[in-house]
Design a protein. Structure first.
Length: 331
């Protein structure tokens, strides 16, 4: 375990640990927290614990301290010594470890045993299906033969092939048929393993063409139940929500709240990608969700095959960050 000292610790109102901040967006945390008087500590897994793509990545500048994670007990001990009272994932790869650390520190957060619900497409779709919440049918597997067999059993107008882990910078691929699934599989399989550490892919029926991103923050309410606040909503594809026939904002936000509850998001930020299909009255369905405030652009649109709602009359084109920093913790 190694740390780097910071002389400004006494002046800070709190200390937040940012777990695995080597992914896209990880460098924005120190500035965001500093605006509210917080200092930040980067928790960086040692090389052998990182996905191959990030083995040689260094944490972005601006962090007051750096803790190298080699084992949970040592990391928690170091963070306690640094006075950490908030934990946030620096990206998709930090969600599971962030929840384990928060749990050990006794900070608010979801139970780490259910962490895949907050970043894994396959686990999310299965959970929604069990609860009767609309979601695309699909299969999570590391074997192309299984994916092709599933497609034969569930004929569809098209399919979406994507890494099981959301938030990885790997484009999903639209597949019209079994041949395209087999053709696209090898490159996507290797890319998923490289960026997420898992070779599992999800093949699902193609969701609606209208795609939206909903940014949220969840906080415990007065009764202890989580309250989900929508902080931004934007269209990721043509024919956005303001176009004729587009979904009302309340429909998207209401569905998002159901998804967050189903996935066990109880505290902190989340980014939710939705598709909207107005055929046969289907409405919004989940594409993927991530319990972090950043998600790569690869999740916005596929590469074609050769509790409390924020009420608004309109939909902003770009994400508007909330007035408080994202964290799992206590001020």
């Amino acid at each position: 375990m190694t740390t780097a000292p910071c002389s400004s610790a006494a002046a800070a109102v709190g200390t937040a640990a940012v777990v695995a901040p080597y992914e896209e967006g990880g460098g924005t945390y120190p500035q965001a927290f500093a605006r509210h008087g917080w200092r930040t500590v980067a928790v960086v897994p040692e090389h052998r614990l990182r996905p191959p793509a990030y083995r040689n990545a260094t944490p972005p500048a601006g962090y007051g301290d750096t803790v190298v994670h080699r084992g949970l007990r040592q990391t928690v001990k170091s963070l306690r010594g640094l006075g950490v009272s908030a934990v946030v994932a620096g990206g998709a790869g930090g969600i599971e470890l962030a929840e384990r650390i928060a749990w050990q520190l006794g900070l608010p957060g979801a139970h780490p045993a259910s962490s895949p619900l907050r970043y894994d497409r396959g686990a999310q779709a299965a959970r929604l299906a069990r609860l009767g919440i609309p979601a695309p049918r699909g299969i999570r597997t590391a074997r192309p033969a299984d994916a092709v067999a599933w497609a034969r059993s569930y004929p569809a107008a098209g399919y979406l092939l994507a890494p099981a882990a959301a938030g990885t910078p790997v484009d999903a691929v639209e597949c019209a048929d079994e041949a395209r699934i087999n053709t696209a599989w090898p490159a996507l399989w290797h890319a998923a393993a490289r960026y997420s550490g898992s070779p599992h892919l999800v093949l699902s029926e193609l969701p609606g063409r209208r795609r939206y991103t909903v940014d949220t923050v969840t906080r415990p309410g007065p009764d202890g139940r989580p309250e989900h606040v929508v902080t931004g909503l934007r269209a990721d594809a043509p024919a956005g929500p303001c176009a004729p026939g587009g979904p009302p904002v309340r429909v998207l936000t209401r569905y998002t709240v159901r998804v967050l509850d189903a996935l066990g998001v109880v505290c902190g930020p989340a980014t939710v990608r939705l598709a909207y299909d107005d055929t046969a009255g289907r409405g919004p369905v989940l594409v993927c969700a991530l319990a972090a405030p950043v998600m790569t652009r690869a999740d916005e649109a596929p590469r074609p095959a050769a509790g409390r709602h924020h009420r608004s009359g309109g939909v902003p084109d770009l994400w508007s960050p909330p007035a408080v920093p994202f964290f799992r913790g206590r001020p």
